[in-house]
Design a protein around this ligand. Structure first.
Ligand code: FAD
Length: 465
């Protein structure tokens, strides 16, 4: 800050208008605080503008196309053919995003929006650089919610023409011929599956020895089967060594391989937006991975500054950011809030994968005794009428008391069904609670009851997995 610079006093300053920031701002306002939200781009952040929403719109387009074609091929009542017009799809996605952005604006009624890039210039000051001026704001309390951006690979510099990150891939107006997706995490698999569904020849290259590392093998196996059906080639334990312009060269234990690549999607993780914030001016340091260290109220080492969302540790997911936004705003207002919830993990691939709580693999690795109950969608009436029988529900149960401690769902609408099991784990429900609650018929949720019954049968036999 320039000495003597006049700063405008602000009660609560929120830096970043993504899911974390706008939730925190709205909650603080609701609790009676005067809030200024600083945003350099558009309200809604990564999630709304270039993440969750456009990706799910694209995925829906691709999955609907695939399902319609599968139904035509299976002779189950649909006839004719459908095609894809991605440019029209983009216009529809823009409308969806625009409507939701208006909704965020409504949510923020009473919050002052300041357009510009904020940087700390002191322990209680932020300078906001707008197009034609710089404004200094002096805050009582601040929340950092500046999110994250795609990580880069030196060998594949993103140009958003042929070498794309997720933002570039989501903006494509045409379907690539040969798409190489570098990175087999959820973003790479979601977008790779979507483009394969739309007609691209897709290869997924992953450096680790498996894709979707946060999900266990039962779930990933279901996704791998579908990727095979779609003709997606998956190369694990493989790294990119060069780009030849129309192909990329990868290397693994078998040697080098050239893979045709009209387009490349680099999806190798996300980096927190903390390096340009001048956090040191506020007396804040970051962890080795660039994330801001916070306590369970999302308070940083400086008690008047909080941090939430992708700039903090944990899964980089919008629903985590929402929850942290509420916690930070409430803690700041003196309410007894703490972030101690489970974060369900979701991959909107085909079929969807969702998990919450303890995984079977982690429980086994820790030597923890568990009972596992499984039910396949192949015997679920609703899944069969949807022609989506591949997949399962798996419950991980603590044998001492029969509490559900973890769950995995691979199958249609797994992203919706996991909410029930998140409540089950959060509220320490017993298997009897799940079985005793009537689940409507015919629904996918009946698979949860069947998995619970399977676990109960094992418990009754005294089995421990
Ligand atoms: P962000 O959403 O990144 O928002 C941060 C905001 O801060 C941005 O608007 C940015 O412009 C602004 N900003 C940054 N620096 C400054 C500054 N110095 N001054 C002022 N403003 C600043 N999550 C899910 O839960 N489900 C999904 O299905 C899902 N799908 C995804 C798909 C893709 C392709 C991607 C990329 C992400 C996806 N995510 C998903 C992740 C999700 O988008 C993020 O976890 C979420 O947006 C993080 O919220 P946030 O508020 O922490 O940050």
């Amino acid at each position: 800050m320039v000495a003597g610079e006049i700063a405008r006093p602000v009660d609560v300053l929120v830096l970043g208008g993504g899911p974390g920031g706008y939730t925190a701002a709205a909650r603080a306002r609701e609790l009676g605080r005067d809030v200024v939200l600083v945003e350099l781009g558009q309200l809604g952040g990564t999630c709304l503008n270039v993440g969750c929403i456009p990706s799910k719109a694209l995925i829906t387009l691709a999955h609907d196309l695939q399902r319609a074609r599968r139904r035509v091929a299976s002779g189950s009542g649909l006839v004719g053919d459908v095609g894809v017009d991605l440019a029209a799809g983009q216009r529809w996605m823009d409308e969806v995003v625009g409507d939701l952005r208006d909704g965020v604006g409504t949510l923020l009624r009473g919050v002052e929006l300041v357009q510009g890039t904020g940087r700390f210039v002191g322990r209680d000051r932020v300078a906001v650089e707008a197009e034609d001026h710089v404004e200094h704001l002096q805050f009582r309390e601040a929340i950092v919610a500046t999110g994250s951006r795609p990580a880069e690979l030196a060998v594949l510099p993103v140009d958003q023409v042929r070498i794309l990150d997720s933002t570039g891939a989501l903006a494509l107006a045409g379907v690539p011929d040969d798409l190489v997706v570098v990175g087999g995490g959820y973003i790479g698999i979601e977008l790779g599956t979507a483009f394969a569904g739309l007609g691209s020849r897709v290869t997924i290259v992953e450096a680790a020895d498996r894709i979707l590392g946060e999900f266990d093998d039962d779930g990933v196996g279901v996704v791998r089967r579908r990727l095979d059906e779609l003709g997606v080639v998956v190369r694990t334990a493989t790294t990119v060594v060069a780009d030849e312009g129309t192909a990329i060269v990868v290397e693994n234990a078998a040697g080098k391989e050239r893979i045709p690549a009209s387009h490349v999607l680099v999806a190798v993780g996300r980096r927190p937006n903390t390096d340009d914030l001048q956090l040191e001016e506020a007396g804040l340091t970051v962890a080795a991975d660039g994330r801001i260290v916070v306590d369970d109220q999302r308070r940083t080492a400086v008690p008047t500054i909080f941090a939430i969302g992708d700039v903090t540790a944990g899964p980089a997911l919008a629903h985590k950011a929402y929850a942290e936004g509420r916690v930070a705003a409430e803690a700041m207002c003196g309410l007894p809030a703490a972030f101690d919830q489970l974060v369900p993990l979701i991959a909107f691939c085909d079929p969807e994968l969702a998990a919450v709580g303890v995984t079977e693999g982690d429980a086994r690795a820790a030597g923890r005794s568990i009972v596992v109950g499984k039910a396949n969608f192949g015997v679920n009436g609703r899944a069969l009428t949807m022609e989506q029988p591949d997949g399962l529900v798996k419950l991980i149960v603590d044998p001492h008391g029969g509490f559900v401690v973890g769950a995995l769902i691979a199958g249609p609408s797994a992203s919706e069904l996991i909410a029930e099991l998140t409540i089950a784990v959060e509220c320490a429900l017993r298997l009897e609670d799940l079985v005793g609650a009537i689940h409507p018929h015919p629904t996918l949720g009946e698979a949860i009851v069947h998995a619970a019954r399977a676990a109960l049968r094992r418990l009754d036999r005294g089995a421990v997995d």
